[in-house]
Structure formats: structure tokens, C-alpha cells
Design a protein around this ligand. Structure first.
Ligand code: ZN
Length: 153
């Protein structure tokens, strides 16, 4: 009887280890963020430990509006460059996802519309642990609401 109970307990524990929640928590270098039709990100802060050599970021657009009306991207910059990069983006067309070809852009996703997702993988080799980093959506007019703090380390 005890043997059966122990076997069952082991089976339950074994299954628990495979739950997606557990697997997700294990990868501290993978981030997810969503953008909405209300021109908002769902997170004001993202953080990864400095031990991450590479970061995988997935952006979901949880709204319904098309890319041309309410497109969202995710652009990583040094904090002091946020306004300048946003201004530069205004001069870039939607065909280039409103991402300026500029070395102040440290990483970026594509521009997506409602219901779409996109993932970018980037190296952290150029980032300083504890540095001042921010992210924004460079679709014209969005950064005032759509920005956040990126913590590395
Ligand atoms: Zn946006």
C-alpha cells in the first residue's frame, strides 16, 4: 500500500516538473511583453540577469487594429537616447518598421499589428550591467505612453 502511494507521489511530482509555468521560470533570459489597441505596453519594466549572454524578447500585439493604424515594435536604447531615437524614427517609413538605421538602436523587433507576435534574439555583449536602458515603441506618437525601463544585471 505504501509502495503504491509513494509511486503515485513520485508520478505527480514528475508531472509537476513539466508544467509550462515551471519551464518558463527557468529561462530568465526570455522576456515577453504585449502592446494593446489602447497604445500601452503591459509592462513598465523588464529585467534580465547580467548572466544572460543573449536575450530573447517576444512582443505580442493583443489588439485588433492593423499595423498601419496601431503598429507596435520594441526598441532598446540607452536611457538618454530615448527622445533622440524616437525623433529619428518619425522620419523613417512604416516599410522600415519606424526603426532608424542608427547605432543608438541597441536591439529591436519588427513592427506588428493586431493579433501578431514577433521575436528578437540579441546579444548582451554591448550592454553594461547596471546600465541605464529603456525601451520604447517608435511608431509615431506612441513613445510618450509606450516606454519602459530595461534592467540588465
Ligand atoms: Zn506602438
Amino acid at each position: 500500500m505504501n509502495a503504491i502511494r509513494n509511486t503515485l507521489a513520485a508520478a505527480v511530482l514528475g508531472t509537476a516538473g513539466l508544467l509550462p509555468l515551471h519551464a518558463h521560470a527557468a529561462d530568465a533570459c526570455a522576456l515577453e511583453i504585449s502592446g494593446t489597441d489602447q497604445m500601452q505596453y503591459d509592462k513598465k519594466e523588464l529585467s534580465v540577469p547580467a548572466s544572460c549572454k543573449e536575450v530573447t524578447l517576444t512582443l505580442h500585439h493583443t489588439g485588433k487594429f492593423p499595423k498601419a493604424a496601431m503598429g507596435h515594435n520594441w526598441v532598446l536604447v540607452a536611457g538618454p537616447d530615448l527622445t533622440a531615437v524616437d525623433s529619428a524614427a518619425a522620419g523613417v517609413g512604416i516599410a522600415a518598421d519606424y526603426v532608424p538605421n542608427d547605432k543608438r538602436v541597441l536591439a529591436h523587433t519588427k513592427l506588428v499589428g493586431g493579433g501578431e507576435s514577433t521575436t528578437v534574439k540579441f546579444s548582451t555583449a554591448g550592454l553594461k550591467a547596471g546600465g541605464d536602458y529603456k525601451y520604447l515603441c517608435t511608431f509615431p506618437g506612441h513613445a510618450a505612453l509606450m516606454h519602459g525601463v530595461f534592467k540588465f544585471g
